[in-house]
Design a protein around this ligand. Structure first.
Ligand code: ZN
Length: 404
């Protein structure tokens, strides 16, 4: 009996150890968990590797996070279709895997790049010579030869603003489109030159006030655009509005304090009296003496002669002798006209007139709600068409109109 007992004991112990081991393995296996917690599974073909937001995989061993997750391959965004990636988590003797399906699609339209200018000014009667383009698609690659060019709407014999449309469609039916603007103008200078070509000088007269001027400053700030303000004291704007405009990089210039034609154009002395009131107010607020000005009604206004004949000739000479630069405008938003009673009309007027071949000094009024309502779209339009923005300064040369 004793002999048998001695023989059986190691086998029993072995079996018990084996059972313990199996239970241990089972518990260990149950204790390891891997799951997909955040699934980002659709990508655009051609997406850069650094821009891929992969699925987030979480692995735990008895509730404790395990960081050693391996995957069998990288996501391949070079071609369309589905692909599967296996993520594996390992701890001690245990492994667990999860598969994630990724889909690569082509939803992006091909891109067309125009060679040459996007806005082209040509003379009536002459034709636009195509300067070329290229088209590429993230899935299909080079598509230049598939571009369709439609110039059927351009009337080369009629002054106006026209468009040439370029379109191209990729194998997945995504269509890209760009437009080249063709501005047909008369030969003898449809627009007067002023400042740097391809530049927009936003100029705001008659403010500030405490409402629309502030809205305008907010929009200019949002787009990083600087403008020139020809300031008066007639619309109730606080010093703080002028201070803010100055601090945010806008040019503060003089437009007279009263803007009262009968008062300012009575005599040159009366004009400079009124001028000095607002000039010294600006200097007190900003610490800088203004050197730019705009005459109410412009230097070529025909109103002043009713109060004092020949006064504009005298004032323009005196202004220059005082070291002041006076500015008119070569684009009129017409926002002061009764007919221009909506923001859409202000927008249409300004964008119709913008010319990339010259500088564009645009007359606007920051006291107008219509102008405040149109400004954001005007800036967007100008930026899309690659105009630069600048403030007026002494070095901006404008052809002055004839002084009355
Ligand atoms: Zn004015």
């Amino acid at each position: 009996m004793a002999k048998t007992k001695v023989k059986k004991t190691p086998i029993v112990i072995l079996i018990i150890l084996l059972i313990i081991l199996l239970i241990g393995l089972l518990i260990g296996f149950i204790g390891l968990s891997i799951k997909v917690v955040d699934k980002k599974d659709v990508y655009e073909v051609g997406l850069n590797h650094k821009d891929i937001e992969e699925a987030s995989i979480k692995c735990t061993f008895f509730g404790k996070e395990v960081n050693s997750i391996k995957k069998d391959k990288e996501i391949d965004t070079s071609k369309k279709g589905d692909q599967e990636i296996t993520y594996t988590c390992s701890k001690l003797l245990f492994n667990k895997s999860v598969k994630v399906k990724y889909t690569v699609l082509d939803k992006d339209a091909p891109k067309i790049e125009l060679k040459g200018k996007k806005i082209k000014v040509i003379t009536v009667g002459s034709k636009y010579t195509e300067e070329g383009y290229t088209a590429t698609d993230d899935a299909d690659g080079e598509l230049t030869s598939k571009v369709k060019v439609d110039s059927s709407k351009v009337k080369y014999n009629q002054v106006g603003n026209y468009k040439i449309t370029y379109t191209v469609t990729d194998a997945n039916g995504n269509t890209g489109e760009v437009v080249r603007q063709i501005k047909v103008r008369t030969a003898n200078g449809y627009y007067g030159g002023c400042g740097e070509e391809n530049t927009v000088y936003l100029t705001f007269d008659d403010g500030p006030n405490n409402t629309t001027t502030i809205q305008i400053l907010d929009i200019l700030k949002k787009y990083g655009v600087k403008a020139t303000f020809f300031v008066t004291s007639t619309n109730g704007g606080d010093d703080s509005v002028i201070k803010r405009a100055y601090d945010e990089g806008h040019k503060i210039a003089v437009h007279t304090a009263s803007h009262d034609y009968a008062k300012i154009y009575k005599s040159t002395a009366a004009f400079w009296d009124d001028f000095n009131k607002i000039s010294s107010r600006i200097e007190k607020i900003t610490g800088e003496k203004p050197t730019l000005m705009r005459f109410p009604g412009g230097a070529s206004n025909t109103v002043s002669r009713h109060y004092s004949s020949g006064i504009m000739k005298k004032l323009t000479i005196e202004a220059e002798e005082k070291g002041l630069s006076y500015f008119d405008w070569n684009r009129d938003s017409t926002d002061a006209e009764i007919a221009t009673d909506t923001s859409d009309k202000v927008y249409d007027q300004v964008t119709l007139d913008l010319n990339e071949a010259t500088g564009n000094v645009i007359l606007m009024h920051d006291i107008k709600k219509t102008t405040a309502g149109a400004l954001e779209r005007i800036i967007q339009y100008a930026q899309e068409n690659e105009f630069k923005f600048d403030v007026l300064n002494e070095n901006v040369i404008c052809h002055h109109r004839a002084v009355n």
